[in-house]
Design a binder for this molecule. Structure first.
Ligand code: ADP
Ligand code: MG
Length: 221
């Protein structure tokens, strides 16, 4: 569904991507692992159309993505969801308003948007903090809210960059479990950059990024 080949990206003297190839099928959960600085975030940003690679090609549902920016941001909003290490919730809005926000930006009325947001908060087991602001909830709760916000628009792909990096391992695993379960139920593909070592339990496939290149990791049962 989404494929990249030969991605190169340099920042000044630094080579972040050095001929990276990547692909993900509809509904698939792919874990992206690798040492710090190996290019994982850059790969994710290129795949999501946030960063334009210096060279290489990107196809989404069979069509090359090299769109003018405006169409690319429309595609991003309609088809992609994002979760970052720190949820990046809007501090002035309550949790339910945060989750409803992508729908509101897409023109959905408040009542309908908040109803959908509420049901996602329930699925992520954080409906008890729906009327709290992000500053009043724990890190784990905040990340669940961020996951709900990423999934509320029923995206085709969710990009998650170390979404559990700031959590203790118990909370981290639970967030990963909820994210991947919810995505699977919705048929959403997930590109998940993670350090969680039990990632195999949640993903269909693991790839390792090293020196700006991707390598499929063999599964040993
Ligand atoms: P990872 O997510 O695996 O830690 P990154 O993709 O963030 O790796 O970074 C890969 C390399 O590119 C690193 O050496 C990093 O310092 C560099 N890099 C990433 N983004 C930028 C940027 N915006 N400006 C300069 N250098 C960057
Ligand atoms: Mg990173």
């Amino acid at each position: 569904m989404l494929a990249a080949s030969g991605l190169h990206k340099t920042y000044g003297q630094t080579t972040a991507l050095d001929g990276a190839d990547f692909s993900i099928h509809a509904g698939e959960v792919v874990a992206v692992m690798g040492p710090s600085g190996s290019g994982k975030s850059t790969l994710l940003h290129c795949l999501a159309g946030i960063v334009r690679p210096d060279s290489g090609s990107l196809t989404y549902q069979g069509a090359e993505i090299d769109l003018p920016d405006q169409r690319l941001s429309a595609l991003r909003r309609a088809e992609f969801g994002f979760v970052f290490q720190f949820g990046q919730l809007v501090p002035e809005l309550t949790c339910v308003e945060n989750v409803a926000l992508p729908l509101r930006l897409g023109g959905v009325r408040r009542k309908a948007a908040e109803a959908a947001a509420s049901s996602w908060l329930e699925r992520l087991e954080v409906d008890d903090v729906r009327d709290h602001r992000p500053g009043e909830v724990s890190g784990g709760q905040g990340q669940r809210v961020a996951v709900a916000r990423a999934l509320v628009t029923a995206p085709r792909v969710v990009f998650a960059d170390e979404p559990t990096g700031a959590l203790d391992s118990l909370n981290g695993e639970r967030v990963m479990e909820l994210l991947t379960e919810a995505a699977r139920a919705a048929g959403t593909a997930v590109v998940l950059v993670t350090h969680e070592n039990r990632v195999a339990a949640y993903s269909d496939r693991e790839i390792v990024v090293r020196d700006g290149r991707c390598r499929d990791m063999e599964r040993y049962a």
